[in-house]
Design a protein around this ligand. Structure first.
Ligand code: ATP
Length: 304
């Protein structure tokens, strides 16, 4: 098995006040291995984005430990360490309309990161790097001088990806990178991400609100609900042998190309129940973890 590149242990992220905390993340633990894609799935408000943002240090975490390449990220303090971390870990955002300044050209947007880091002081080298990145994401060198508002949603997301790649990171957090795009474009962007991963040995944390597209990109999937991870396993296990009722409910919402299956598909509603105080993370099958009590997990595993 590959090395762990990221370890999240007992992460809590609370907002609000001490009296009325909003428990956006309420004690989650998971690892991400070098070169894999971990899908993080759950409905709106479950804490997915906050997880990504805490990992990339947009927030000081409330509790727990996040270790990236062997270093506790909360302990990175010096400018040099923070700059190095920033080079290694990048983010792709959901809305390519909101996240790119429409008054900047594609070239300026892509170069922003490496300009801050003072790379490519030579103008020719800088231009060459911009061109290389545009081509890497399926655009052309000629696109460098066009403004962000002149691009379609799919093309803008490609610029967002080129920006994320500009400092040669090893880890990318993709926060619902396809949710704002037309369905016809979504697969193209997923395929591009897969291809870039292969070429560059990237590791992804891929955040999504449903299980339909994550299947095509994730090696493993973590299912999140109300600030907790309820199930985590290989994509195959999650799709074919889901255990937690919430995962089963999410899966029942995924449309399938098979018309016979579709005719009979019924949405399984998830009825919220407070977690049993005895609930813990249980390895129900090798590498397949479920949050529940021993009795619950046994019961859930029995019913398909
Ligand atoms: N900066 C903040 N201040 C206060 N509350 C916040 C903040 N960020 C997130 N929250 C709250 O934390 C919870 C989790 O939010 P988060 O954005 O992580 O969920 P999400 O699963 O990514 O949802 P979405 O798919 O809608 O982005 C929500 O209740 C949200 O309102």
């Amino acid at each position: 098995m590959a090395n762990k590149i990221l370890e999240v242990q007992g992460l809590k992220q609370y907002f609000g006040t001490a009296k009325q905390p909003i428990k956006a993340i309420d004690g989650i633990s998971f690892d991400v291995y070098e070169g894999e894609t971990l899908g993080l799935v759950g409905e709106s408000g479950c804490g997915k984005s906050t997880t990504g943002r805490s990992i990339i240090r947009l927030y000081d975490i409330t509790e727990g430990q996040i270790t990236f390449k062997g270093k506790n990220i909360s302990e990175l303090k010096s400018r040099k360490e923070l700059m190095q971390f920033n080079r290694e870990m990048q983010m792709i955002f959901q809305d390519p309309y909101a996240s790119l300044n429409p008054r900047m050209t594609a070239g300026e947007l892509i170069a922003e990161g490496f300009d801050i880091h003072g790379l490519y002081k030579n103008k020719k080298e800088r231009q060459a790097r911009i061109g290389e990145l545009l081509e890497a994401v399926g655009l052309t060198r000629e696109h460098a001088n066009r403004y962000a508002h002149e691009f379609s949603g799919g093309q803008r997301q490609r610029i967002g990806i080129a920006r994320a790649l500009s400092l040669d990171p090893s880890f990318i957090i993709a926060d619902e990178p396809i949710s704002a795009l037309d369905v016809s474009i979504q697969a193209q962007v997923v395929n591009l991400l897969k291809q870039l991963q292969k070429e560059r040995g990237l590791t992804y944390l891929f955040i999504a609100h449903d299980l339909s597209m994550v299947k095509y990109i994730s090696d493993r999937i973590a299912v999140m609900y109300r600030g907790k991870i309820l199930e985590l396993g290989s994509a195959d296990e999650i799709y074919n042998n889901p255990i937690h009722p919430y995962t089963k409910s999410l899966l029942s919402a995924v449309p399938q190309p098979d018309p016979a299956y579709e005719r009979n598909r019924t949405r399984i509603p998830y009825k919220h129940v407070d977690h049993d105080p005895e609930a813990k993370v249980i390895e129900a099958r090798p590498g397949h973890f479920v949050f529940g009590t021993d009795i619950q997990v046994k019961e859930w595993a029995k019913c398909k």
